[in-house]
Design a binder for this molecule. Sequence first.
Ligand code: UD1
Length: 418
Amino acid sequence: MDKLRIIGGQRLQGAVTISGAKNAALPQIAASLLSDQPLELTNLPAVTDVENMLGVVTRHGAQIKRSAHGAVIDTSTAVSRETSYDTVRRMRATVLVLAPLLARFGEARVSLPGGCAIGARPVDMHVRALSTLGADIDIENGLIVASAPTGLTGARIVLSSPSVGATETAIMAATAARGETEILNAAREPEVADLADCLNAMGAHIEGAGTHRILIQGARAWRPAVHDIIPDRIEVGTYAVAAGITGGQLELTHARLEHLASVVQLLEAAGVSVWPGDRGLVVAREGPLHPVDLTTEPYPGFPTDLQAQFMALMCCADGASLLRETVFENRFMHVPELMRLGANITLQGTTALVRGGEPLKGAQVMATDLRASVCLVLAALVSEGETTINRIYHLDRGYEQLDRKLRLCGARIERVSA
Ligand code: UD1
């Protein structure tokens, strides 16, 4: 298993090319199963979660033509309607194939995702959305067995909370349902809006994605489509923290300010400046880091996927900050590892109290999930001496060439093959 070795203390300077959004790519690859016409996705990030999702649709019978950052997915011959436990266990987002398979074939069998490192993460809202559209759903031997032999029918779906995945499931199923579907309390994440843009290019008719209320006119004819995936706002936020934590200056190409309002507000409050550049956003820090409190929330609130990175930043601010996690339970796996680097953090339920300002010192640490791993990389960039991060396959799931991108900006980071 590969490790990362990082020598801290370098000020980062340069440009980082931001990749396509992993969390936009995954549902769009799943959505290719809806249509019998080819879908070409461009700006696909080269990360293992995307490779795995392409593997899932291939196992359902799709033919895929790859290029470096693109894929043409042809599911005209798709046959298999069942996804195995082994596939879902490795990546929870695999559950996103349930709605397209059901909508297209009238039946689907997808394994229930197991528990995972950041909480139980149930799929009850996905299942309820599909039932509202007329599907019969049973749970048999750990499989979600969904059927709608005479097709799905448009309806009003009221989500009990704005789940990203459940909103995506509801949208995909509704595109093939008879009549109109209204989704209320929908997730407003840019990745949901990007899925709708992709589906509209494929022939769907979706309005209001990116707001709380989405309207879908179902049962349209599919057509061949090309869709360019939005830049990864979580990758942007991660490199913005890298610039801030090292007191450097980075230009983040393709970064979109409109996706990052809550993040930029907190960066500025912490003493990190952000301004538009010719090719994206420029992020820099000259003065001291200030402590800031934050609460994770659904979009447009502060994203849970950047909580761990901001905790690393706050370890270096002179003073105390409170970080409250409201989206997932058990998303503080990085705390004990940060403490191995010398961070002073107290956990109380869903809140972490970070007393920053003491220098961090290099140590051996272990990556436990994607965002926890990258938070350790950020902390290591400013830790005295050498830090070794084990189990970095988590990083490769969601960050394209993280070590190379950081090295090009002056970080002393190398990948060591075990
Ligand atoms: C997506 C993102 C993930 C991000 C999260 C929140 C992808 C592939 N992943 O995950 O990176 O951290 O949004 O922004 O896009 N819940 C239920 N029942 C359900 C569905 C969700 O209780 O049926 C709960 C979850 O356990 C969690 C909360 O709702 O506590 C939010 O989850 P959700 O928005 O669905 O996250 P994902 O779509 O899984």
